[in-house]
Design a protein around this ligand. Structure first.
Ligand code: PHE
Length: 501
């Protein structure tokens, strides 16, 4: 077993006097240490490996208590009364003592008891001193010496063995004069094994805890000890600043679509019923347009739209225009179309992009906030985000759409994706996209090919694959949440424990 530097130093010091029994202060001096923890530590392990023996001796120490300290200063109570008595006229009594000021009011009773024990009588209120007083003065002297011996021990105390047992016993029975404490004295001594350790093993070595370039340039490290790493030690938890998990997730989604060749688009929160719904062939009497789902605005209450769009939409809605569709029938309202509102889905961004760029094939995506009159619960928020995208090109098709979405989810870490038939007023065919998570299929969004009723009024020539997916739903999967609200309550502890996405 390798010795530590402290162990080497302690052994070496003790080998200077191989037979000696060492005390703490002697070892501290010999080893040039000022902390007794070194002796305890090195001594303990040297004893464990048999180089030294460690002996522990417990002893009782006595020192002065509060009354004892007062006696050391002013004399014992019986001594003070005796001194007073020695200079009194005959026939002095209890009252004279009380008036003298030599004893305190509370001390008088105890004091009289003490001097009676010494052989002084109190007869009819008068003190009667015996003829021979040497015994009294001798007793008092012994007691005073005892008190001053403890007083001189400087508060540490005097070992019981060094004191007169009778006096200890006597003063221990008087209240508040002396108290005892236990003292442990350790000593160390070399064993046979310790005495035979060779000097070469006792050379202290440089211990390297950190490897630096400077160190490696020198030669010292060649003979040094390397402090072993303790990989099981607790390390501090680092809580560095980082992106909010939602922001981090958005960045990740963004980079996936960019890497798949898509371009990012944006749009305003405020839009019109015309763009949010009419352009998407959502009938004007559709339940989702009712006040309880959509936030219609007081300002702007109405936004003028180009009459050309209004005309196109009204034709398609009323009788299908030139699309071959029969439309929804009824009468299309331009007023409804121009109502100001907060967008309810980001499909309004892609449809406007198509309206503005009808003859340019494109692959675009956007991640944006949408607003719906939902009551907040475990799975619903009135404001949330959608991941929206379209592909418009000559060969755009349903398989291309499915492959694209599968590819996206695969890159997100969800390789199992399926689609199921669904219905949206603006796509045909329409589908729901589901992802397998912990053995369950979860619906994450809608997709489909835009209907002619949507594409033809805008003058588009090619098929358009379109999709819109919930960002928060996906975040719940990624972060393993069962409550959507957790994403936005700014729980700092939760936030700092989130993984980097
Ligand atoms: N807009 C739909 C929604 O909000 C999703 C969707 C987008 C469906 C595009 C089909 C095509 O749920």
């Amino acid at each position: 077993m390798e010795l530590s530097n402290n162990e080497r130093r302690m052994l070496k010091s003790m080998l200077s006097k191989p037979e000696k029994i060492w005390h703490l202060d002697e070892l501290l001096t010999a080893c040039a240490w000022d902390d007794q923890a070194h002796v305890a530590g090195a001594g303990g392990s040297l004893a464990n490996s048999g180089f030294i023996t460690e002996t522990e001796q417990r002893s009782k120490l006595w020192r002065l208590a509060s009354e004892g300290s007062a006696a050391a200063e002013n004399g014992l109570l019986e001594q003070r009364i005796w001194d007073w008595l020695s200079v009194q006229e005959k026939d002095s009594g209890m009252k004279d003592l009380q008036d003298s000021g030599v004893v305190g009011k509370k001390e008088a009773g105890a004091g009289v008891g003490l001097i009676k024990d010494l052989g002084i009588q109190l007869i009819a209120g008068k003190f009667v001193i015996p003829n021979v007083t040497e015994a009294i003065t001798a007793t008092l002297e012994i007691r005073e010496r005892f008190i001053s011996e403890l007083s001189n021990s400087g508060g540490i105390g005097v070992p019981e063995n060094d004191l007169d047992a009778n006096l200890v016993d006597y003063f221990n029975r008087r209240k508040g004069i002396i108290v005892s404490s236990e003292d442990v004295v350790r000593t160390w001594q070399l064993t046979e094994k310790g005495r035979s350790v060779s000097d070469s093993e006792l050379v202290e070595k440089l211990v390297i805890a950190e490897i630096t370039p400077e160190l490696l340039q020198g030669e010292e490290w060649r003979n040094a000890d390397f402090k072993p790493y303790d990989v099981a030690r607790d390390a501090p938890v680092l809580t560095a600043g980082k992106s909010h998990p939602m922001q981090a997730l958005i960045e990740r989604i963004r980079s996936i679509f960019l890497e798949m060749g898509f371009t990012e688009i944006e749009g305003d929160y405020v839009t019109t019923a015309g763009w949010n719904m009419d352009a998407l062939f959502i009938p004007q009497d559709h339940p989702a347009r009712e006040m309880q789902d959509t936030f219609y605005l007081d300002n702007p209450e109405s936004v003028p739209l180009p009459s050309e769009y209004i005309r196109q939409w009204s034709e398609v809605h009323e009788h299908g225009g030139d699309t071959g569709s029969t439309g929804w029938g009824g009468e299309f309202s331009a007023e409804i179309s121009q109502m100001g509102m907060l967008r309810t889905h980001t499909t309004v961004n892609t449809i406007r992009h198509l309206a503005d760029n009808p003859s340019e094939p494109c692959r675009v995506f956007g991640i944006g906030r949408v607003f719906r009159k939902e009551s907040i619960d475990r799975t619903h928020l009135p404001e949330f985000h959608q991941i929206e995208g379209i592909i418009m090109e000559p060969n755009a098709s349903l398989p291309m759409l499915v492959t694209t979405l599968k590819e996206f989810y695969k890159k997100m870490g969800y390789p199992e994706v399926r689609v199921r038939p669904a219905y949206f007023p603006y796509t045909e065919p329409s589908m729901e996209v589901e992802v397998k998570w912990r053995g369950q299929w979860l619906e994450l969004g809608g997709a489909g090919i835009f209907r002619p009723e949507v594409t033809e009024p805008l003058g588009l020539k090619w098929p358009v694959c379109a999709w819109g997916m919930g960002l928060e739903r996906l975040a719940m999967l990624v972060l393993g949440l069962d409550d959507i609200r957790q994403l936005y309550i700014s729980d700092l502890e939760w936030l700092s424990n989130q993984p980097m996405l």
